[in-house]
Design a protein around this ligand. Structure first.
Ligand code: PGA
Length: 241
């Protein structure tokens, strides 16, 4: 795991976008990029849109897969991750609609695993981390799923996501999420961490020496090519520990 501590959110967003841009240029026939939702990658998506507008980046041969989706809301719902990805990225670049893949809110795990198998290994997987160490919606547990599964969300995740909903009771309690085996099936994993709220999870990941399903991000230690782009707010005082 390579750590790159960047000055601020803008710098981590710029670095992540550049890594994606360079991969698209290197593999201009076909690239597979795994995208994430949540607040953290939004800056990266803005940078990618700017790169598209300035003709630095062409998305016409990019295939996208997303990590997860809420169960029980429609794709048209403003809170769905399908909507999020279109609003924050896909509607503003030249990706082809048939190359866009997200798990469906009907919770059909078999179909999504078939999509992942067809698309194959990703060139890059973008990830965020939850305060509780979750990656995608793989919540701390006695075991973690290898492949796409339906997950009961942790109370802490429901509370963290309530900021996007009018009322906390509107936050879906379940999600469909790629499993750990699926997440690791990428040549490069970019973990984005930003903001003071993530200090605890950042410290734990930085110091953790063991792989434990009670802290899902530690499963990333099993991957040979993970880059953590973290801003100074999230990194905090670790360097002085
Ligand atoms: P965030 O979510 O980017 O909104 O902080 C990350 C996550 O929960 O995985």
């Amino acid at each position: 795991m390579k750590w790159q501590v960047c000055k601020d959110y803008d710098s981590i967003s710029q670095k992540a976008a550049e890594l994606i841009r360079d991969t698209l240029i290197d593999n201009n026939i076909r690239s597979v990029i795994g995208f994430a939702t949540g607040s953290t990658p939004i800056g990266t998506y803005r940078k990618l849109i700017e790169m598209y507008e300035s003709k630095e980046c062409d998305f016409s041969n990019m295939i996208s897969v997303n990590l997860d989706e809420y169960i029980g809301i429609s794709q048209d719902d403003a809170q769905s991750y399908y909507h999020f990805m279109h609003e924050n990225l896909f509607d503003h670049i030249n990706i082809q609609e048939e190359n866009i893949h997200l798990p469906k809110p009907d919770g059909n795990t078999k179909d999504y695993n078939a999509v992942l198998d067809t698309v194959g290994r990703r060139n890059i997987q973008i990830l965020g981390i939850g305060n509780n160490g979750h990656i995608a919606f793989n919540e701390p547990n006695e075991y973690l799923n290898a492949r796409t599964s339906i997950i009961d969300l942790d109370e802490s995740t429901i509370q963290a996501n309530a900021r996007f909903f009018e009322k906390e009771e509107d936050v879906p309690k379940q999600a469909i999420s790629m499993g750990i085996g699926d997440i690791l099936n990428a040549d490069l994993i970019i973990l984005l961490i930003s903001g003071k709220k993530k200090q605890q999870a950042t410290q734990r990941l930085y110091h953790e020496k063991k792989i434990t399903t009670r802290f899902p991000a530690s499963l990333l230690f099993a991957h040979p090519n993970v880059v953590v782009l973290v801003d100074e707010d999230a990194f905090g005082t670790i360097a002085n520990d």
